[in-house]
Each structure stands twice: as structure tokens, then as C-alpha cells.
Design a protein. Sequence first.
Lengths: 845, 134
Amino acid sequence: MTAAPSRQDRPLIVAGYGMAAHRLLTALGDRGDTRPVVVFGEEPHPAYDRVHLSGYLEEGDPEQGARRLRLPEIDAPNVTLRLGERVTAVDRTARTVTTSTGDTLGYETLVLATGSAPFVPPLPGHDLPGCFVYRTLDDLDAIRAHAQANPGTGVVIGGGLLGLEAAGALRGLGLDTHVVELAPWLMPRQLDAGGGEALRQHVENLGVTVHAGTATGEIRPGPDGAAAALALADGTTVDTRTVVFSAGIRPRDELARQAGLPVAERGGVLVDTHCRTEDPYVYAIGECAAVEGTVYGLVAPGNAMADVVAARLTGDGTRGPFGGADADTSTRLKLLDVEVAGFGDPQPDGDVLDVTYADPVTGVYKRLILSDDARTLLGGVLVGDGEAYPALRACLGGPLPDAPDKLLFPGGADPGAGLPDEARVCSCNNVTKAGIVAAIDAGTTAMPELKACTRAGATCGSCVPLMKKILDERLTATGRTVSHALCEHFPHSRRELYDIVAVRGITTFSQVIAEHGSGRGCDICKPAVASILAGLRGGHVLDGEAATLQDTNDHFLANLQKNGTYSVVPRVPGGEITPERLIVIGEVARDFGLYTKITGGQRIDMFGARVDQLPAIWRRLVDAGFESGHAYGKALRTVKSCVGSTWCRYGVQDSAGLAVALELRYRGLRSPHKIKAAVSGCARECAEANSKDFGVIATENGWNLLVGGNGGFRPRHAATLAADLTTEELIRYVDRFLMYYIRTADRLQRTATWIEDLDGGLDHLRDVIIGDSLGICADLDAAMERHIGDYTDEWAATLADPDKLRRFVSFVNAPGTPDPSIAFEVEREQIKPVLIGPDLEVVRK
Amino acid sequence: MRTDAILPADPRVSRVTGRVHTGSIATGDWLDVCHHAELEPERGACALVRGQQVALFRTHDGTVHALSNYDPFSGAYVLSRGIVGTRGDTPTVASPMYKQVFDLRTGRCLDDPEVTVPAYPVRVRDGRVEVALP
């Protein structure tokens, strides 16, 4: 061991790198703290979102799954992450820790954030192969590998919150899933008997078998020595090769025990309300800590503890000790597609008033518990419909803002402004209504900023609708309008304009701006209305007045490049092209002196064409059977593909064939932004469907449909909308997805942010396009059929119309003259543009 | 092989316009450009006038405006291909390259008041559009 540096130079050491530790680092950074910090994480991964663990398995690929759960990266020069390394001992006298690699390191302060371990009841057979816990990404990998090798039945022991999550994961892996719960109903800590029964009904409707009120007897091995059957105390036997324990957690307090620090009676590092142990240099946060004896197994209290420690270490007096609302164990989550929420005390003692609503048909159960004078909300349970949760939880311990029946039923009062200032809107990050209002008053006017600056809504997201309501109300109340206006010419959003144009049967921009707008339009509203009209009325983009509305790309049906030339992209559906057509592209590019490049969308872009050359170029291309690739439009671009099962040894479906069919189906479809798509022939995902607006990945049983991905400035991963679809189902859902997007998205809004902005997000989308919850599917289907029926190639139609061709000149008074400002030089055997300074003076005052 | 890929080497020849500088050009002359009807309403077109690229814009009431076709923000000759519209009462064009908006009457950039592109006198006589160049 080297000589310890002076104690002032020693780092803050954090033992464990889960969500609480991550929050601690963030909270220190927010307070401008730059002391050296060393974090030891046992897992090889940086901290990830353990709340949404089942999302990991929804992604076929572990890397993508991990990315989906990733927390914001800690990128501070003072923080050192040591992953795959664990603190094994603490010497409180020397103030050093020893790690699993044998290293010894001095600390200024030590924060224990070692989390918890799943509790595995010591049943006979609990350690057989095939028995798992549900806690880490490695656990999930092991469960997936085992379940894939052993299809059939899977059992989860434990019907609490995490157990139902695990059941969802097993079901997602294709197992016939059973859940065993010792208590008489599911989620006994959060729900009452009525709520538990309603939840059971939902869960069983999904094909999950529930065994409640019974203990597990033993797990019996098969001839191979691995788990083969589960015997329950009630005499039932379930044949299963996969058993997942989710019967509670135990705090990992072994470091405290080893270091001689007190632990709570039922485990957990004993700390005071400042999260400090008996040793003033040692703190504990998260699931390993017992604050005044109580262990909290939820994210929100863990975050609160991290905030308390960060405030204390930095001398920030604005964050008081842990207590009050910090200990709130309210939960709302979606388990197995069922919304479940519990808040406050669901089973209080003493005289209380109960307001209960139960609908056995829909499985909706709602219960409010009020003090006997009906003045104070003590708790409640919501199953099947959690919409009222954010408002109700915020009122916990205070008066209801409205009559209970109004709060419990959809369409009831909206308690945004009615909430008291101290109501906690976001419990994950402990943000009150006052905090949100302060941020709005400081100038925040949009949801993404509001989330970023208050951090509310950034963890579980359940309070986002309530935040939006508070934002809108506050802006209105302070005279700042919530502007959805497209531009100065229209007070409407794109969606509103779409509806206006649709309902009024408007066919021209002149009419819509005369009747519903002001001025003469601009480069924002003109293309937006042109796109709406294209979607609703069809017709050629250069027909009559429509031509004047188009951005230069649509105006010349080509892509403007930096020197005023254009590039040309013929459609190559699915990236599949015959040698003859490849030769034509080569010949055209050669004959017109164009630079050629293969694009990311699996086609060929030809650069450097002057506007007056475009018709001749396209004459050659159209004659060879090419069509416009719409690279210039806010429209469907490409459907990228791999070769699929036709050629590939690993392919399970004909991805290239499907990609060609989809690209031909949606070609020419004008939309609020460009649309990119891909089809992969197996889970290896060579076509990168995960980064597309809609992506399709082949499975043994059909196709998985993913939506909302994109590359670009803010890359997004697509999320699974539906799995194992037939080709017919897939096409139907994509049809509806695209049409619903075209109808309701904002201008230049890609599908990812559009889905985020939908009230209810992906679930809402699923309800609309699969469940037809809005009753518009027939309409969406008909609109797509109309688009397909009306499709004509824009370039072929342009070449056939002298009126449309007239604009393809460099100079109106000298149609044959090429633009002399366009010049090129040669680089790597191809042309590249040369920009020349102006002949004319630019006045810069 | 395209010939315009070769840069003119003679220093008397404008690299931009190909125009040969042989002497001073008379200013103030009205120069005939094209038929008014050749200009699409609420759209621009470019004309080559005495070797200079002039962007012509016809607004909804038939008025014609003339600016240099040179976009100072991108360095390309493209202003005539922008979308024509209004900002308040000001008739405008938005550069197709990076979307800065210019006043069609004065050439002043509304998004960057330090930048102005040349605006030229323009009139319509007997259905013909005429501009005066400096």
C-alpha cells in the first residue's frame, strides 16, 4: 500500500453504481461540486434504469436493450467510474476501502449504495439449474437464454410489483406463465383485496395463471438435474423448466456489518434522516439504507436520499433531511399492460371514509380513502385506469381539489391549477407544483425544457400529463399564450390546419390563407399546407398554385446542394437493383458529369446537376424504368433491407421481398417529415430497423413492428409496437401508423417526438391503430388505399407536361444558357463544387 | 466531359459570370428582361442581365421586385429559388439554402439586419419586365 495522501485530497468513494448512486453523482454535479469522486460498480454496465427492466427483454438484442435502459451519461472530469469492481472491505480507522481487485484506496467520505439482493426462499430445489432471480441485466440474459432453450411453462414466485414485471418478461419470451403469491391477492403491499382481484382478472385475461394465497412447497428436478416441476402447498403441481424468484429484496448491508456499523433489525445500513451512519464519514443511500430503521425498495425514496447526501456534502441548505413526502411509496406502473397505482396507505386503521368504484366487466377498480371528515386524502388504489393518479397522489395528505366522483372518472374535473403549491407532482424526482410553476415563470414554455430544468417527469413519466396541464394553465394565467401557431400567418398547429382543410374541403393554399390565415404565407406555412393538400387531395406537386408553395427541392424534384446544383436519386426499392439498371445509372452519371455516391438508404445519389439538366437526366432514367425516389420530399424515403432468408444462412423471412413491397406501397406518401424504414430478415438486424420511423424485424413466427426510431441529431431507438405479426397484419398496422402520423403530427416532427407527444404515448398509439379505440381505423385504411390508387411517378408526369418543364431553366430570359457561377474541380477522380466569391458587393454595415 | 467544369483562367473574365470586363457599363439604362407573364405569381425566377444574375419576384398583385441572385449566407446564386411570402406587411423571399428572409423591396435581410443584398429598380412596360443595373 502506498502512503495515503492527505485526507483533504482523498476522493468521495461511492460503493455501488445503481440508480441511487447515479442520482447522487447528478445531484453533486447540479450543485457545481467538483471534488474527486470514485465510483465502484459491481456490474460491467454503467447504472441503468432498473424500474423498466422488462424493456430490456423486449429488445431482441442485448446491446439495444441496455441502450433502452441507459441513464444519462455522467461526463464529469472529477468522476472516475470503476466498473466490474466492488468494494470488499472498509477500514474506518484508516478511512480506506479495499476492492475486489485488491486495490486499497483512501476516502474523504464513503457513500454506501450497494442496493439490495433478491430474496430467495430456502425451498428444496431453490438452487437447481433453471432457477433464477430478477435483478440485473445478467440475470435477464440468463433467463432469456434458458427460456429460449426450454420453451413451455415458466413460473414466477412472488406476485408483487417486481414479480409481475418478471411475469411480463417471461410472457414476452413466449412462456406459458404462472405467478405464485403467498398473500391472498396480487401486489398485497400496494393494493387492497378489491384491487388485487381486479388485477388478477386482467392478468388472467392475458393468459397468465395466478396462484394466490398459496405457498411454494418445493422445486423438483428432472432426470437432467435441472428444475422440472414446482409443487405448491395447496397440492397443485406445475411442470416448468424455468423458475424466477421475485419474493422480495434484502438490503446488501454486508460492508456495514464488516465495518462494525449498526444495521437495522430486518437488515439495512442504519442511518439518520441525513442518511448518515454512526460514522460521520460514512453515508448510505438507496435500497441498502434503512432510514431510521425503514428500508425503501423504490426509486423515489432512493433519489431523495441521494439528494439529501449531495446537499449535505456541498453545504446546500435548501434540501432538508429525509422525511415526509420522501417516504411516499406511491406507485403507478403498467404491468402486463394493466395500469396499477397505489398511493398513501391502502389499508389504513381507524375510522375512514371509503369511495369505491368497481366495474367487473372492464376490470376497472378505483378506491379513495379519506379521513372521516372527508377533508384529507389518505390513500387509494387504481387498477385498470390510472389516469387520475398524478393529481390524486399530489393531493395526498391534503384536501381533494374536487368531489371524489369527479376525480375518479374520465372527463371529470382537471385538477391542474387547483392543486396546492406543495403538492408533489413528480414523486420520482421530488418536484412540487410550486417548483414547476417557478420554472414556467422563469421563462420555460415547452415540455422538453420543463422536464430538463425541473427534472420532473424524467424518470417514470407518469406525471407528464399533469405537468403539461400545469404548464398550459400557468402560461394562460400569466397571459403568455400556449402557442401552437404554425407561423405568423396561421394561428393553428399543423394538425388543426389538417382538420380545417379536411373538413372544409379546401383545395388551395389561397383559399385556406384567405379564410383562416393572414398575409401571404411564408417558407414555413406554404410547404406545410402543400403537404397537407398532397395528403388529402392528391395531385401532382407542381400542379397550378401548388408549385409555388414548394420548397426548392420539391419545386425542382431534386435536392439542392451547397453550390446551387441539385442531386438526383432514383428509387431503388428495398435497395434491390438489376445489373442493367446499375449500368444505366452509371451511364447517366458519366454522360452528365455527375458525382456519384451510395447513400445510407441503399440507393445511388448523383450530384452536380444544374436545373436545366434535370429533365434530360430524368428522361434517360424514366426510359430505363426508374421512378422518382422522393429524396427531395418530406415523404417516404427508402425501405432498407438485408437479403433475408432468400440468400442469408441466418435469415428467417424474406426481408428484401417485404421491403420492396412496402417501399412500393408507400412511395410518394407526403408526410410532416421524411419517413425512413427498414426490414431485417432476422434478429441480427443488419438493416438497422431500430433506427427507423418504422422498422420490421423477422421472427420465426412472422414480423415484429417497431416504430419511432431515427438517427440524426437526437438518435432514437424504435420501440416495439406489435410482435409476431402476419404480413397482412403488419401492412395494416403500418398503413394506419403512417396515416395517423400524417394526420396528427406537427410540422417537421419525426415519429419519435410525435409518439412522445401523444397523450399516452406508445400505448395510446397501440390502442388507436390496433384496438381502434378512436374508431378511425376504417378511415385510415381507406386513406391509404386512396394514396396507393392515386400514385403516379412525379418525374414521368413532369416530363409529359410542357407547362411543368418550363421552370427547369437557369435563366428565364436565356433558357439555353447554363449558370456560369457553377464550377467544379476534381477530387478522387470525381467532381466537387467550387464556391466562387460574389461579383456583386454585399453591403455589411 | 463537361466544359463548365473548367475554371476560366483569364483574370479579365469574371469567374462568376463568365463576363469579360472590357470597360464601364452605362448605369441607369432600363434593360429589357422578359415577359411579365413568364414570371409565375408568388415565385421567383432568375434572369441573366448583362452578365449579372438578377432574381425577379412577382408578388400576388403583379408587382415585380429585383434582387441580386447571390445568397450572401451560402455563397451560391440561388435567391430566386426561395419561397415568396410576407412578414408583416413586408414582401419577402426566404433563401432556399439556409432560410434567411430578405425584404424584396430593399434587399435587407430581416434575420440579420447587418446584411443587405443589392436591390435593383424594376418596372413593367407594355407587358415587358425591365430592370436598371448600376
